[in-house]
Design a protein around this ligand. Sequence first.
Ligand SMILES: [Zn+2]
Length: 455
Amino acid sequence: MKLFAEKILLSSGWAENQTLTIKHGVITAIKSGQDNDVELAQGIVIPGMVNCHSHAFQRAFAGFSEQGSDGQDSFWTWRKIMYKFLKQLSASDAEVIATQLYIEMLKMGYTRVAEFHYLHHDVEGKNYTPLATMAQAIFKAAQQAGIGLTLLPVLYRFAGFGEQVPSEGQRRFINDVSQFNQLVSDCFALSETYANTNVGIAPHSLRAVDKASLQAAVKHVRQLNANAPIHIHISEQQQEVADCIAYYGKRPVQWLLDNVELDPQWCLIHATHIDENEMQGIVNKGAVAGICPTTEANLGDGIFPTAEFLQQQGTLAIGSDSHISVNPIEELRWLEYAQRLIKQQRAVLATKEHSSVGLNLWQKAAQGGAQSTYSNVGELAVGKQADLLVLSQQQLTLFANEDKYRLDSFIFASQQNPVQDVMVNGCWVIKNNRHHLETSSRHKFSCLLNRLTVN
Ligand SMILES: [Zn+2]
């Protein structure tokens, strides 16, 4: 197909009146002027956003954990509610939730998601047959929604540092290393049958895996694909840092730097509490910091030192994690606003080369997200996959009439969702802000919510 855009954000910057030729989901040519037989983009075209961190099932209890109890609520009390909730979910429930979530993501401008997938076994903790039944539910959901998927089966072994025995609430997550590696191999095989998907792994956290298991899992996945993405929760909570120091004598990121060969395919989710050496270590290894601003705010985690990290040329990606928000605009807005509130300054995440905060953050997060998922997306250029958004010209030009203001207006001043059309891998999945399955998906999702209890 050929797509004509009056205004488009290419990797080289804003351009006008460009025709994109798209074959088998990939942009094969970009040239000035309007070719014959083109489809007209009805607005401003920008690259789709990558969501580097999702736990799909958590979408179904977003909003059920905001009831306070005398200032005693924390990440850890939230997690208890989460465990109660997921005791009830079947594989088909997981598919319903993930399908609804992925449609919501597409409508807001996420075109690819990394699913940090740890709900492996049935409600009693027994293996499904086949073992990858829950993973398959995620593949099916992504296919139905039409979103790109990087599936990251999670290695989860222990309840805490020192190989603590898992709690009952964690039994659906637990595998020994050989069973986990089998699951990973099964997911690689499944990925072959679902378009626009790939597979990596996610050792859950340093509290949930030991060194030998971590190394064995990394070795196995790298034999299957030398560039497979590897994500880990790291340093999200102060208590986690204190526990890590007590057990290993080191802070979490420092331990990782000293014990594992980090590389650009590693993505450190949260990395919230890091010192200067740890930050420099992440940057030197070329690893990605996966930041989830709305979840980190919702859970009271803390604030990642984004300004300092970007000054050192660090690579970041954004994720919606618990899905308290499913909106890349809100993630990027809060990435910047947290820095403004701490530093009592404005436009903190702009640079000399990129004076527009909005443009800088959108491009950096999309490209960092592409790196974190080892996928050929994140920017619009010849040879890249055609994952793109068409933003409503009417809405954006209402607030921004020059290129340099457009993404600032999009991220900081939009009161309505300006994402009108969405293309993933060369196919339209959202047209006029509608997905062809959204009515049936919403119905199934609301029936499921009526059935589930959280208390
Ligand atoms: Zn997470």
